[in-house]
Design a protein around this ligand. Structure first.
Ligand code: ZN
Ligand code: ZN
Ligand code: FE
Length: 762
């Protein structure tokens, strides 16, 4: 062997990515020790820095294993290696964290309990047997307990708990699974659970969780403080309890999510495919929409008039103790009153949930940032987000190229915001509908919090064109920043392009309920030739009046009348439709007058409203409790095969306008002939798929474009999404869809950020 090979060299490695709070330093320590390397590793505000001394060959092996064998929860985005002169150090150490001038690191999302911790949880011999806050470097809370960076115990809500000797020893031992696990705790030194009744009277019990279980068994509503906020919990098999919860929460119809202890139990009431199982068992533990089993036996009120049910597996030790061995499923719905943000603070919960819950199971570990459960559905074998929140945030969407620091303010409903830094776009957790003060406070707080923990000082602020959105008003206050406004449906499409790393022009189908158009009218059935820095509206659904404005969203029957009037004039009153019999004559004549004289009837090209109108026409529902409910029920009813579709047509002058009349006439004829609603719904879906495929072909002829992007809330409709995907792909189109961010307004902030950057660059 040549002498040079054993000569000591030195390297400095800077690692960026999600490398803190995920067992990265212990992994580095063990790897270095195994390879006989000297040096040290430290967390910094930009990631992790490693100093190595030893033979060059060993250091090469180290660099290779660093990325190929990194811990499961880590995500390395960059490794920078510099040659340095050795200092002659010996041994390998983990040094204290230090603050850097440039503060930036990726923070891990909250991670569901790992198998090792779960084993200990149920092991009577373990010192953490049944301890509801068990965690290690591979699992536990992160995002919701961090107040600032670097991610170390003093910067988390665990700073109030001084570790006992045993915990400290684990924390200090580089070979222990809990080495530098910041939330490390045990029954002696960590947070504790307590249970109160609704009068805030502390209940005397040695086992609060068992007490909560028996309250649930007795049919009571229990508010449970979890990871990202409170849940309201009842036994999902107890119809009376489910009804009580709905009544008190003022949540009449919206489906409630459930939690079961394991897959075997889930399979008793829902079908679980391989892909769905993977989602359910992932460390993010989202709510997964599953198809109800024919043997479904949970309370009908859990998910009424819906083929699907939202299911999650436990993600904290507390959840396991609550559900395992006691219940087939628990209803776990967010702890809030209708559309307010979920409660995270004990006192706040007593104040806001006091009329809903009979008991409160709380604990003394603070939640710094609320984070709702995420909701996904597997469509065409890919995850589709209804809500991207706990478990996923703040993992960034990785972009194709770097952006300036931008704050994108999102839209109004299902709001999320987006902050960018370099090639990272950080979408916030679900904030909610920006319609009340409580949500707006949460909105401001989230922006401040994200700016701090991500160390981003935005130079540009971007918002929706809608002048009345609170997010627009927020943006306008930030007068020191460069401000850009962006059209809603353009932002949807660019969001889809961005997550798919596509920068060339696309045909964008942007379908949703409502968005402010560049011409001041309400859009929502838009076909845009879209680039990052602009768009051309090449086609849309012909506008129809929305009699009563927003009232027409709550009362889809108004849309049905509007469509009928458009297709038949007043003669529609002679059609033999049972839908018409349900209407009050005076109301009907008022609505007709509003349409005729254009009184408080803004026109809309929205596809969402088209779904609403047809749902009402088909007799599915004339009023809704939440936006999109009628459309969703229309989808749920659809027979699996349509066989044929309705006639469709579009006119073409300055741009293409899709005419709803032939479709409406076809549907009316079917209903008059007694065709089942299931078939009408299936035919309607098939019609839209055929129509928009044809339309894309026509636009392709003119424009030469062959990429189609599908975005907007209507693509939460699985039939429409998978039908259009297949049909367009069959015609040779490349189809872009969402799988990293929601197709609904929860994903719009990403598109806003990219548009702002492109517009300013131009
Ligand atoms: Zn663990
Ligand atoms: Zn301890
Ligand atoms: Fe939208």
């Amino acid at each position: 062997m040549k002498k040079g090979c054993l000569q000591k060299e030195a390297r400095k490695l800077r690692v960026e990515g999600i490398v803190q709070g995920v067992g990265f330093r212990p992994f580095v320590y063990q790897l270095a020790t195994k390879l006989g390397l000297d040096g040290q590793v430290a967390n910094t505000s930009t990631g992790v820095t490693i100093w190595l001394e030893g033979p060059a060959a060993a250091m090469e092996k180290f660099a290779e294993a660093l990325t190929s064998h990194s811990p499961p929860l880590s995500h390395i985005t960059q490794v920078d290696i510099q040659k340095r002169s050795p200092t002659g150090c010996s041994g390998f150490t983990i040094t204290q964290s230090r603050e850097n001038a440039q503060r930036f690191t990726l923070i891990s999302p909250d991670v569901s309990i790992c198998d090792d911790c779960k084993k200990e949880l149920f092991d009577p011999q373990d010192r953490r047997f049944r301890y509801p806050f068990i965690n290690c470097t591979n699992c536990g809370p992160r995002y919701t307990i961090i107040d600032d960076i670097p991610y170390d115990r003093p910067k988390t809500c665990m700073r109030h708990f001084k570790m006992c000797e045993n915990c400290q020893a684990e924390y200090d031992d580089p070979l222990d699974r809990r080495f530098h696990a910041q939330p490390n705790a045990c029954p002696i030194c960590g947070p504790q659970v307590t249970i109160y009744d609704r009068n805030q009277k502390h209940m005397d019990t040695s086992d609060p969780i068992e007490t909560a279980v028996s309250c649930l068994k007795d049919g009571f509503v229990v508010a449970v403080k979890g990871l990202g906020g409170f849940h309201l919990v009842v036994d999902a098999e107890n119809s009376k309890a489910v009804e009580t919860l709905r009544r008190r929460k003022h949540r009449e119809e919206k489906p409630l999510a459930v939690m079961s202890g394991d897959l075997e139990r889930v399979r008793q009431y829902a079908y679980v495919s391989q892909k769905e199982q993977t989602l359910l068992e992932s460390s993010q533990r989202p709510i997964v929409l599953l198809k109800k089993h024919t043997s479904y036996m949970l309370a009908p009120g859990v998910s009424p008039r819906n083929q699907n049910i939202g299911v999650m597996l436990p993600y904290t030790p507390l959840h396991y103790l609550l559900v395992t061995g006691h219940f087939t499923a628990l209803v776990m719905t967010s702890g809030n009153l209708s559309e307010e943000p979920i409660a995270i603070d004990n006192q706040d919960a007593f104040a806001r949930l006091g009329r809903i819950a009979d008991y409160f199971m709380v604990h003394n570990r603070d939640i710094y940032l609320r984070s709702d459960d995420s909701v996904v559905q597997s469509v065409e074998g890919r995850p589709r987000f209804f809500r991207r929140s706990r478990g996923y945030v703040p993992v960034p969407v990785f972009l194709k190229r770097a952006l300036k620091p931008i704050l994108a303010c999102g839209a109004e409903l299902k709001n999320t915001v987006c902050l960018t830094r370099g090639r990272h776009a950080f979408l916030s957790q679900h904030i909610g509908d920006l319609e009340n003060l409580a949500t707006y406070d949460f909105y401001e707080m989230t922006i401040d919090h994200l700016k701090r923990i991500l160390s981003i000082e935005p130079e540009i602020v971007v918002h929706d064109m809608h002048p009345d959105y609170l997010s627009t008003q927020y943006a306008k206050q930030l007068s020191q920043l460069t401000r850009v406004e962006v059209q809603h449906h353009h932002a949807h499409i660019v969001s889809c392009m961005a997550e798919n790393h596509v920068a060339e022009p696309v045909i964008g189908l942007s379908f949703d309920g409502t968005g402010f158009g560049s011409d001041g009218s309400i859009w929502g059935g838009e076909v845009l030739i879209s680039r990052f820095d602009g768009f051309e509206r090449v086609a849309h659904r012909s506008p129809v009046p929305m009699p009563g404005g927003t009232a027409a969203i709550r009362e889809p029957w108004r849309m049905a009348v509007s469509y009928l009037y458009r297709a038949y004039g007043k003669r529609f009153l002679n059609r033999r439709l049972s839908f018409l019999d349900t209407l009050n004559e005076t109301q009907l004549s008022i609505i007709m007058e509003m349409i005729e004289k254009d009184i408080n009837s803004p026109s809309t090209s929205s596809l969402g409203r088209f779904f609403d109108g047809i749902a009402a026409l088909a007799g599915i529902r004339s009023q809704v409790a939440f936006e999109g409910q009628a459309a969703m029920e229309l989808e749920m009813l659809a027979a699996t095969s349509a066989g044929e579709c309705y006639e469709y047509a579009w006119s073409h002058d300055r741009r293409i306008q899709v005419d709803p009349d032939p479709i409406i006439r076809g549907i009316v004829k079917d209903i008059e002939h007694g065709i089942a609603t299931e078939l009408v719904s299936a035919k309607f879906h098939a019609t839209l798929i055929a129509l928009f495929t044809d339309l894309c072909l026509a636009i392709q002829k003119q424009s030469g474009l062959s990429i189609v992007a599908l975005s907007g809330g209507c693509f939460q409709n699985a039939i429409l999404l998978s039908g259009l995907c297949r049909s367009l792909q069959k015609r040779g189109f490349q189809v872009l869809t969402h799988e990293k961010v929601p197709a609904n307004d929860g994903g719009i902030a990403l598109g806003q950020a990219l548009i702002a950057d492109a517009m300013l660059a131009r």
